[in-house]
Design a protein around this ligand. Structure first.
Ligand code: PRP
Ligand code: GUN
Length: 179
């Protein structure tokens, strides 16, 4: 168990499970984009370890860009997704969005809106973690690493109020916590 700020988390997904999910995803992407030079678009802050781990498993040409969006405050989504760092050079490109987690899908909806305005040639969505019970958007996800229940997690890029992103494995919030 670990404590971050006021909350306690229990070990949930270990390093080898994360690595094997990323390897499988990289293999699929590599096949689907054979002969192309896709642009991986990482969504900061949370996606930084996922982007590094996935792109290192891709052989062949690819580019890496980042955008920075924020929707979560504490352990709750705010439904207002802010674009803190934008991208504007994706016209005509084959883009693969790399998200650390798709939860309600508000962030994803915002990204799709941005990509459609930029006239990209094609786009697909890859997410390391996915909460199917929380997702209520129509857009389907193209590459999913690990499906998880609708509980707050930290680690491997994901934070609780700024802390926990550096953890190499993933922890789940213990929900019955009393002071
Ligand atoms: O599907 P949603 O409910 O929109 O949640 C998913 C988003 O929430 C987190 O980002 P956050 O807004 O916390 O910013 P961060 O990556 O900088 O922590 C996460 O990195 C996803 O981008
Ligand atoms: N840290 C963290 N950020 C999120 N953003 C959306 N869902 C989550 C989650 O479960 N944990």
């Amino acid at each position: 168990m670990i404590k971050i700020h006021d909350l306690t988390f229990t070990p949930f997904i270990d390093k080898s499970q994360i690595d094997s999910a990323i390897s499988k995803m990289a293999e699929k992407i590599q096949k689907d984009y054979a002969g192309k030079t896709p642009v991986f678009l990482g969504v900061l802050n949370g996606a930084f370890p996922f982007v590094a781990a996935l792109t290192q498993k891709i052989s062949g040409n690819c580019e890496v860009e980042f955008t920075k969006l924020r929707s979560y405050a504490g352990t709750q989504t705010t439904q207002q997704v802010q674009e803190l760092i934008g991208v504007n050079n994706l016209k005509g490109r084959d883009v693969i969005v790399l998200e650390d987690i798709v939860d309600t899908g508000h962030t994803l909806t915002k990204i799709i809106n941005i990509l459609e305005n930029q006239e990209v040639s094609s786009y697909k969505i890859a997410t390391l973690f996915y909460k199917p019970e929380a997702y209520h958007q129509n857009h389907s996800l193209d590459y999913i690493g690990i499906e998880i229940p609708n509980k707050f997690i930290v680690g491997f890029g994901l934070d609780y109020d700024g802390l926990g992103r550096n953890l190499p494995e993933v922890y789940q919030l213990i929900e019955t916590q009393h002071d």
